[in-house]
Design a protein around this ligand. Structure first.
Ligand code: HXC
Length: 257
């Protein structure tokens, strides 16, 4: 399926969603975010899809929310617009979401990448939260997720000064999992997505849920949540299949049940 602002294709149980406003470096307009959330939720419900990849183009993943949408807005207009509900809907997605980032991932673009479960980037990637230069602060999770990802000092520097970081720095600080040549970014991300898609899907989703819980709870509560999911997976056919296949020295056939 393809729409104008988000192009999508499916490849081996992996849905690839490409942000498509190249003339404005994929600035995340309200319409683009609408299409993106609709696509993501549709694929989250689709049994054929096991993993999703969000990408942009070689110049930009996304250079932020569309400044034109916000420039003259009043607080009440921003409130009624309720744009962050869309971001919350992406946060609730069960299947893994991977970001393949080339070029600019700034402001809302960096926040969208960080909303994904892991980030692969090209050597030309630039990550940053430059909102301070517009007289605002990050609004879609930047102060929280960047701080958790790279630590307090660098997050402070990036958010208080607007400094962007390179792909190498992003790797060094753990914001991204891998840096690759620009022309390989999508391919490398799809490779990881296909690896995930080849695993038992219910276990994958429960693992994602448990990892994300690490950011929400105390260690004791997180461990309890993990243990409940661990026990629950013994109700799946895939658990029996995985363990039988191991003892029978054959490849498991996952059913997603
Ligand atoms: C609207 C944008 C845009 C944006 C770029 N463009 N970023 N339009 N919103 N966020 C447009 C430019 O106006 C220009 O349009 C075209 O894209 C190309 O950009 P240039 O500036 O000409 O390119 P370049 O000189 O290479 O500079 C690239 C850049 C710069 C460094 C990324 O565009 C830039 O600083 N952009 C803004 C980055 C930013 O502040 N992001 C945070 C936004 S606030 P024309 O028509 O002139 O060709 C935010 C808050 C999130 O994200 C809140 C939660 C949703």
């Amino acid at each position: 399926m393809s729409s104008s602002l988000v192009l999508s294709e499916i490849q081996n149980h992996v849905a690839i969603l490409r942000l498509n406003r190249p003339q404005v470096l994929n600035a995340l307009s309200l319409e683009l975010m609408d299409e993106l959330v609709t696509c993501i939720e549709m694929f989250d419900q689709d049994e054929q899809i096991r993993c999703m990849v969000i990408t942009g183009n070689e110049r930009a993943f996304a250079a932020g929310a569309d400044i034109g949408d916000m420039a003259t807005a009043t607080p009440i207009e921003m409130y009624l617009r309720d744009q962050f509900t869309k971001w919350e809907r992406i946060r609730k997605v069960k299947k893994p979401l991977l970001a393949a980032v080339n070029g600019y991932a700034l402001g809302g673009g960096c926040e969208l990448a960080m909303l994904c479960d892991l980030i692969v980037c090209g050597e030309n990637a630039r990550f940053g939260q430059p909102e301070i230069q517009l007289g605002i602060i990050p609004g879609a999770g930047g102060t929280q997720r960047l701080t958790r990802a790279v630590g307090k000092s660098l997050a402070m520097q990036m958010i208080l000064t607007g400094r962007t970081i390179s792909a190498e720095e992003a790797l060094q600080y753990g914001l991204v999992v891998k840096v690759v040549p620009v022309e390989c970014t999508l391919k490398e991300t799809i490779k990881i997505a296909e690896e995930i898609a080849a695993k038992p899907p219910i276990a994958v989703q429960m693992a994602k849920e448990a990892i994300l819980m690490a950011f929400e709870t105390s260690l004791s509560e997180g461990l309890l949540f993990e243990r409940k999911n661990f026990y629950l997976l013994f109700a799946t056919e895939d658990q029996k299949e995985g363990m039988n296949a191991f003892t029978e020295k054959r490849k498991p056939q996952w059913k997603g049940k």
